[in-house]
Design a protein around this ligand. Structure first.
Ligand code: AMP
Length: 187
């Protein structure tokens, strides 16, 4: 499967997040999944992609040309895709991925997660968005979703295709189940 990973471009204070990012990179490579991501070697992004590469995985970095050519060329990936803008990068990642996984991150990560959820809710898309809720990192976000749902602004969880898990193991199991489901649908 093609799996897009959204995560922080900064290094977290919590070592557990770094360890999980590496474990995810390793598990995706070992599971023969292609990793698509924002193309940077900074922070958690660099941890996921670096570990996937070390484990022989296929890593596609999607980089907006607004970053300097030096930065673009210095990224360690197996395939580099240049796009014109951050918006085009999101479009590319969404169109070319079968599922999305979010590790902890900042506003950029939240933007990417929200974009996928909105597309699923509007039924422009029907692809799983897996939130890796390490150490309750996403609890306030999930609470806000409940508040918005109770107020009548957000549809039921299933319609945003949001799945919340607490470990990389569960991410991999969920991806395997999603893959099985799409095979069954094809047959
Ligand atoms: P943030 O969560 O704010 O650290 O932003 C990380 C997300 O936004 C990643 O998944 C990237 O796709 C994108 N992003 C933000 N900053 C950068 C950067 N310096 N290089 C590449 N991608 C970035």
């Amino acid at each position: 499967m093609n799996i897009a990973v959204f995560c922080g471009a900064s290094s977290p204070k919590n070592e557990e997040y770094t360890a999980a990012a590496r474990e995810l990179g390793r598990s995706l490579a070992e599971g023969d999944h292609t990793l698509l991501y924002g193309g940077s070697n900074l922070g958690l992004m660099g941890e996921v992609s670096g570990e996937a590469l070390r484990c022989g995985g296929h890593v596609v970095g999607v980089i907006p040309t607004l970053f300097s050519e030096d930065i673009i060329r210095s990224q360690a990936v197996t395939e580099l895709v240049r796009v014109a803008s951050m918006a085009e990068r999101k479009e590319y990642l969404i169109a070319h991925s079968d599922a999305f996984v979010a590790l902890p991150g900042g506003i950029g990560t939240l933007d990417e997660v929200s974009e996928v959820m909105v597309a699923n809710q509007l039924q422009h898309l029907n692809k799983p968005m897996v939130l890796l809720n390490l150490d309750g990192f996403y609890d306030p976000f999930l609470n806000q979703l409940h508040v918005m749902h109770d107020a009548g602004f957000v549809r039921k969880g299933a319609e945003t295709a949001l799945h919340t898990v607490a470990s990389v193991d569960e991410v991999i199991k969920l991806l395997a189940a999603a893959q099985q489901k799409s095979i069954n649908l094809i047959n």
